[in-house]
Design a protein around this ligand. Structure first.
Ligand SMILES: O=C(O)CO[C@@H](C(=O)O)[C@@H](OCCCCCc1ccc2ccccc2c1)C(=O)NCCCCCc1ccc2ccccc2c1
Ligand SMILES: [Mg+2]
Ligand SMILES: [Mg+2]
Length: 340
């Protein structure tokens, strides 16, 4: 598509997309037909909502109503917010540009985006001032911030007719596509989040390895911290069969690439993080060159299975003998390998 045909506001939206997302901008811009603009706007609306959630300088008495009513801003072409300190604050300051293009979408796409925005905003308020407790709560939080994205995306795919109605109906698989990505992000971002006073690692797990989540960053607790990290990675790997089942149903090449590339980046990230002390002391990112090589090789589900197989067996091959979850991790790896 040449940018020449786009309206000034739509052009501006793609600028914001590229500005606020390294990992999704390219795969969204490559989407076919009506999905490209619909998913670009879907991304920007939810990134604006997430920017409110992430901004710890907004007091809760302001933040809670803002999150709960955020979806109503889509009906108000003048609403904007100028008091954010976050890196992506531009999408809040120029929200009218996003709203203008939201209202230009076909009604069926507007309904999906507005519904998911409402549910995500309300869900975010549940966890605002407390860390994540049980594994059930970990799944609940990730459902609100990422599972709902997968559910909304699947409805958009089916509504565009580029994918079957089944894709939009099966909420469990769509939800787990999002959980796999969000759990990987939470596992990887341990130190960054802990330094900002945000606790996304579930206490039901880390509570077995330390008194406080921040204790796991201490060199003395290194062994315990690695066992905790490995247990969370094992929990995320349980989602691999559902993610493969979801991608097996896709028929449109641009939709497949859009779904497959974040998934292979996530499994590669989990493998880099497994039993890796760097997660507790810094940030573990996969090198750009590695990422590009992987992106080139995910044109069909057999190639995605091969990449999932490779990284899962890499993890299985280095499960520490003394890891308390060694047996469980071996089970989860072989279940994932059976689907790849
Ligand atoms: O602030 C940051 O930079 C990171 O924020 C994280 C956080 O605050 O936890 C966190 O914010 C979550 C709340 C806002 C969700 C924003 C989003 C992300 C990707 C999209 C892709 C397409 C369309 C809409 C999308 C919306 C975040 O960005 N996590 C990245 C993982 C979330 C992935 C969402 C997702 C779910 C299912 C998918 C299925 C297929 C393809 C892409 C998918 C993408
Ligand atoms: Mg965020
Ligand atoms: Mg957030």
């Amino acid at each position: 598509n040449n940018q020449g045909e786009l309206s000034p506001t739509l052009k501006q939206c793609y600028k914001y997309l590229k500005l606020t997302s390294r990992s999704f901008a390219a795969v969204i811009q490559a989407l076919d037909g009506e999905l490209r603009n619909a998913i670009c706007i879907f991304y920007l609306v939810l990134r604006a909502l997430d920017t409110v959630e992430d901004d710890m300088t907004i007091p809760n008495d302001v933040k809670i109503p803002m999150l709960r009513h955020f979806h109503l801003n889509l009906q108000d072409t003048h609403w904007s917010f100028h008091d954010s300190k976050e890196k992506d604050k531009i999408v809040l300051e120029d929200f009218p540009t996003i709203t203008a293009e939201f209202q230009a979408l076909a009604p069926v796409y507007q309904e999906v985006i507005s519904d998911i925005c409402c549910k995500m905003g309300n869900g975010m308020t549940v966890f605002l001032d407390r860390g994540v407790g049980s594994l059930h709560e970990w799944n609940e939080y990730c459902h609100y911030v990422a599972g709902l994205v997968g559910i909304g995306l699947s409805r958009l795919f089916s509504a565009s007719k580029l994918e079957s109605p089944e894709v939009g109906r099966d909420e469990r698989l769509a939800n787990n596509m999002g959980l796999f990505l969000q759990k990987t992000n939470i596992i990887r971002d341990y130190l960054e989040d802990v330094l900002q006073g945000r606790e996304f690692w579930p206490k039901e797990v880390w509570g077995k390895y330390g008194r406080k989540l921040g204790d796991l960053a201490e060199p003395d607790n290194r062994q315990q911290a690695l066992h905790c990290l490995n247990e969370l990675i094992t929990n995320a790997l349980e989602l691999v069969p559902d993610c493969i089942a979801y991608m097996t149903r896709l028929h449109n090449q641009s939709v497949f690439n859009f779904c497959a590339i974040p998934q292979v980046m996530a499994i590669a990230t989990l493998e880099r993080c497994y039993n890796n002390p760097a997660v507790l002391t810094g940030v573990v990112k996969i090198r750009k060159g590695e990422a590009v090589k992987m992106m080139m090789g995910v044109s069909n589900v057999e190639k995605v299975k091969a990449i999932m197989h490779y990284f899962t067996s890499q993890i299985e091959s280095r499960i520490p003998k003394d890891d308390p979850n060694a047996e469980r991790t071996r089970e989860v790896c072989s279940k994932a390998l059976a689907c790849t």
